[in-house]
Design a binder for this molecule. Structure first.
Ligand SMILES: Nc1nc2c(ncn2[C@@H]2O[C@H](COP(=O)(O)OP(=O)(O)OP(=O)(O)OP(=O)(O)OC[C@H]3O[C@@H](n4cnc5c(=O)[nH]c(N)nc54)[C@H](O)[C@@H]3O)[C@@H](O)[C@H]2O)c(=O)[nH]1
Length: 148
């Protein structure tokens, strides 16, 4: 059976300048692991026994970024599964989308991560080096822009 993890793609909207596009005011949160290859990822982690997927996504976000569910707005209509192998075993990661209620809320990392960045789409795709993650971020961006 596949290893299962869940997380949240978190974004914030900066106040756009009058002439700029809404799309340019969106930034995504990525965390850099303090272990392994120091890859960048949204907050996410393994599902604990007895937990449902969305509970896991919020718990991991709280543990890894210090953000409470009450500080986030879960966005209806977006959910995505990524499937990739880790150490030869299949892994499924389920992501939801959430917006920061206050874009200045402090991010508090755990020992699992050594840095975080708020990134515009183009830079987020550079930091998130995996093609499936990049495709997901682009899809999310389209989704958000189409709602405006
Ligand atoms: N010392 C040490 N300790 C580790 C290591 N490894 C884990 N720990 C410990 O485990 C705990 C983590 O527990 P949770 O937080 O519950 O789990 P997750 O959040 O799920 O975290 P993971 O890091 O296990 O899982 P991924 O992010 O999935 O990375 C796994 C591999 O998959 C690739 N990869 C990543 N993302 C993508 C993608 O989007 N697309 C594609 N295609 N590929 C992707 C990439 O190659 C990567 O190397 C920590 O406490 C550590 O103590 C390690 O190497 N050394």
């Amino acid at each position: 059976m596949a290893v299962r993890a869940c997380g949240l793609i978190i974004y914030r909207r900066l106040q756009p300048a009058p002439s700029s596009k809404v799309a340019d005011s969106i930034e995504y949160l990525l965390l850099q692991t303090s272990y392994g290859t120091h890859h960048w990822t949204p907050p996410k982690g393994h599902v604990d026994p007895g937990e449902d997927d969305l509970q896991t996504a919020f718990r991991e976000t709280q543990e890894e970024a210090g953000l409470q569910a009450s500080q986030l707005t879960l966005i209806d209509g977006y959910k995505k599964e990524l499937h990739y192998p880790v150490s030869g075993k299949p892994k499924t990661v389920v992501y939801w989308l959430a917006e920061m209620k206050d874009c200045n809320t402090e991010i508090k990392l755990s020992e699992e991560h050594q840095a975080f960045q708020w990134l515009k789409l183009e830079d987020a795709c550079k930091f998130a080096e995996y093609e499936d993650m990049q495709a997901m971020l682009k899809e999310v961006h389209q989704f958000l822009c189409s709602r405006e």
